[in-house]
Design a protein. Structure first.
Length: 816
């Protein structure tokens, strides 16, 4: 079945290419060019991806079309002699028409100069609504989420913004997945972030974010790591020549605080910037597990009731310096330091019963206390040299990160009666400490040459260095001697190296109205896990090729079609490879698999978008096929102990469609509904049993924004995630509702936001896990509802715009 899917998609691709390459009988007569520059009429900032169509002045027939480039540049070529007009449109802006354009023998090149687009103004009685951006935009290679359209962003994090996407889901353990995959990379302004996954997204204040780019099929100039792609956080940046800044503060129910400030000074030649943010959250939860195990001696029932709290406290300090050396060269340096402290306390109530003889029932009480830390220092040096302005450029990036990850887990267990009152004074105690130090570096050089405004070539070399040493010490408390002793079953040391050497090239051009980009990336993986305790090492060294393709075309003024393909890789992290057992509690142990292979994925997308005044519609269809899929396995032995591990157990196929729209029904109401429909099939073998699972599921979101006055808004956000199936686990549907209100004061310098998250406490998780000799049902109920109040003060007209550098990424590994 997989081969049929791939063959069909490649046939569709070949058909598309054949259309592009079809001969054009009019080629000899199309010799003219039309040039222009598209700018924002208010800020004079270039507008990228503005839709431009060329029409015959006589009958208004469509001739050609394109989109504006990175600097707002517009070029239409191969135009026959005649008289034309162009239409320029962009979401949230008034359309512009430029007429009287002549292509004739005396003048084959027509320059339209600067075309300015102005924000749409909607009069609502005495209310003036200016410059409404779409909540989402679909570009050639990415989806862009405009954070300013999310009222809840004032008091939350980047994760709170992403959770309103139907393709993004957070499970009961806080793990984040994108289109069903937790393997994606995080960037900030196109640069690596020291920690990854949900930990990174929870640390970035949303009120400092301009937009979030979801790049599900990155081109070859990006690192290949990340099955689901890349999430790039674009931060706000000041462009005016003076001192500006913004200050934010917030508080929430049950010990939740946050605050941050950003200062920026810009002159003609240099820019100085600095920021500091602090956040403390305490969350409360309840978990229930019912497990029935089947052994040779009969069946056993175990119930676990967990009540706990999770406290996360973090701060980040950043400083940056940009300097223009000359008209052709510039240099920038950024430095950041971050500190994260996580304390998790859980009280476990265990009930163990023999179902053949219920009188043999044991009751235990467990007290589990975990302390995690993340300390990181990140430095980035970036240099750019143009040889011929707007033609060829060389860039160099040097990036270094040091991360320290100390952690301690202390567990105490007591024998109790049926009401969980301690009946024996003796206590079983254990302690697990982990001291991890990680050093990462990246050197990357890119050369780009622009042949014309349509054609560009890029090539580059890159080396990623990753070194990690881990010292795990397990201790148990001896009741007789009243002393701690080393537990050799779990104590171990290992070093891990994962270096990646890469070369890439991309070429982009326009042919007969089709924008295309071809790319190829080569990556050599050099991996070594040196297990010091056992004296064994495990090596992996392999070269992989990663081709990419992007094609887009404008069907007409309102419609655009896109196709993309990329090959991705998911490399296993060190803890998934370490073969030494890792203690979780008296009933659960985790052990890594040093033989894990990287998971390789072929990813295809076909996207369509339609936009008209007051309406935006997009449909993103996707298909992913993965070999050597890495799955977490669960195995129960005859003594009732569970062992968790990873293995290359399956082939995975995911096919789906993300459909979203933005509708302005009346001037004071905008609806942003979206839905993600997908089918997931997994075929594999676990514990010697061949398994096949296939399930259709869906998730949806409805965001309703009410504009009550020029300074007052109300927003309702509803999320639903349908039932999902894995080879060993099924998760239940989830629904949640969040309400937010925003009030602007003091001539819009002060903004107050009040929100209620998971208002009706419906956002709870449920699952069912099945193995050859066990069945387990569980639920997780997070703290709800959560109320938040935030204040944001903007001085000297801090401007919420951002100019990002080239989208450069690096995978810095798992945060914890």
């Amino acid at each position: 079945m997989r081969n049929h899917y791939i063959n069909a998609l490649f046939l569709a691709l070949l058909f598309s290419i054949s259309i592009i390459a079809a001969p054009n009988n009019d080629a000899t007569t199309k010799k003219g060019t039309i040039k222009a520059k598209i700018l924002d009429g208010k800020t004079n900032e270039p507008i990228e991806y503005a839709n431009v169509t060329l029409h015959n002045a006589k009958d208004s027939s469509f001739i050609s079309g394109t989109v504006s480039g990175n600097n707002g540049d517009l070029l239409l070529s191969n135009i026959a002699e005649g008289i034309y007009y162009v239409k320029v449109s962009y979401i949230g802006y008034e359309n512009r028409v430029v007429s009287g354009i002549k292509i004739e023998k005396e003048k084959y090149e027509s320059s339209l100069g600067v075309i300015k687009l102005f924000n749409t103004d909607v009069e609502l009685s005495e209310v003036s609504v200016v410059g409404e951006k779409a909540s989402e935009e679909l570009h050639l290679d990415k989806k862009v989420i405009n954070v300013s359209q999310n009222i809840n962003a004032s008091s939350g994090t980047a994760l709170d913004v992403l959770q309103n996407q139907p393709s993004v889901q957070v499970d009961q353990d806080g793990n984040v997945s994108l289109r069903g995959s937790s393997n994606f990379t995080i960037q900030v302004n196109g640069k690596p972030y020291p920690i990854q996954g949900g930990d990174a997204l929870r640390q970035i204040p949303a009120n400092l974010v301009e937009s979030i780019e979801i790049i599900t099929n990155p081109s070859a100039k990006y690192d290949s790591e990340g099955t689901a792609g890349i999430i790039n956080i674009v931060m706000k940046k000041q462009d005016r020549d003076n001192m500006n800044g913004i200050v934010n503060a917030g508080l929430g129910s049950r010990t939740k605080y946050n605050g941050d400030f950003t200062l920026s000074y810009k002159s003609v030649d240099y820019t100085l910037s600095g920021s500091f943010d602090y956040r403390k959250n305490t969350n409360y939860m309840n978990q229930l597990f019912d497990r029935t195990s089947f052994t040779q001696n009969g069946s056993n029932y175990m119930n676990t009731d967990v009540n706990g709290n999770f406290m996360r406290e973090n701060y980040t300090a950043k400083a940056g310096f940009d300097y223009t050396l000359s008209d052709k060269s510039s240099i920038s340096f950024t430095n950041s330091y971050g500190n994260v402290d996580i304390n998790r306390s859980s009280l476990f109530k265990f009930t163990n019963a023999d179902q053949l003889n219920p009188s043999f029932t044991d009751y235990n009480l467990g007290d589990d206390r975990n302390n995690y830390g993340v300390r990181y220092l990140n430095s980035i040096l970036f240099f750019s040299q143009q040889f011929t302005p707007k033609v060829d450029e060389l860039t160099l990036e040097v990036n270094y990160t040091n991360v320290s990850l100390p952690s301690t887990q202390r567990t105490s267990e007591y024998i109790t009666d049926g009401s969980f009152q301690q009946i024996i004074s003796q206590t079983t105690q254990s302690e697990l400490s982990n001291n991890t130090n990680r050093n990462e570096g990246r050197i990357r050089s890119v050369y780009s040459y622009t042949f014309s405004k349509e054609s560009k070539f890029e090539t580059g070399l890159q080396a990623n260095f990753f070194y990690n040493n881990m010292d795990i010490v397990s201790k148990s408390f001896n009741i007789l001697t009243q002393q701690w002793s080393i537990d050799s079953r779990y104590s171990n040391k290992f070093d891990f190296r994962n270096n990646i050497y890469a070369a890439f090239a991309t070429y982009s051009n326009i042919f007969s109205g089709f924008n295309y980009q071809l790319g190829l990336r080569l990556e050599q993986t050099d991996r070594l896990l040196d297990q010091k305790t056992t004296g064994k090492d495990y090596k992996y060294n392999q070269l992989h090729l990663f081709p990419t393709l992007n094609i887009s075309t404008n069907i007409n003024q309102q419609q655009q079609l896109q196709f993309s393909y990329s090959r991705r890789i998911n490399r296993p992290q060190e803890m998934a490879l370490n073969p030494f057992p890792n203690f979780s509690n008296s009933y659960v142990t985790f052990i890594g698999n040093p033989g894990l292979l990287p998971e390789l994925t072929n990813s295809f997308e076909l996207n369509y978008q339609y936009f008209l005044k007051g309406l935006f519609f997009s449909a993103q269809t996707y298909y992913r096929q993965s070999d050597n899929s890495i799955l977490r396995t669960q195995r129960l032995d005859d003594n009732g102990f569970m062992t968790l591990s990873f293995m290359n157990a399956a082939e995975t196929e995911v096919a789906g469609a993300e459909i979203s729209t933005s509708i302005t029904l009346i001037p004071w109401l905008r609806l942003d509904p979206s839905v993600n429909l997908f089918n997931r099939k997994m075929t594999g073998t676990i514990n010697g049993v061949d398994l096949v699972t296939e399930k259709f599921s869906w998730s949806s979101r409805l965001n309703s924004t009410f504009i009550l006055s020029p300074t007052t808004r109300l927003q309702l956000m509803m999320n639903y995630f349908g039932k999902q199936v894995d080879i060993q686990q099924t998760t239940d549907p989830i629904f949640s509702l969040t309400i937010s209100a925003r009030q602007e004061l003091l001539d819009k310098k002060l903004v107050a936001t009040l929100s209620a998250q998971n208002l009706f406490s419906t956002g709870k998780f449920g699952f069912n896990s099945i193995g050859p000799n066990f069945n387990m049902i569980g639920s997780f109920r997070p703290e709800a509802p959560v109320f938040r109040l935030s204040l944001s003060y903007n001085f000297n007209n801090y401007k919420n715009t951002s100019r990002t550098n080239d989208r450069i990424d690096i995978n810095v590994g798992e945060g914890m």
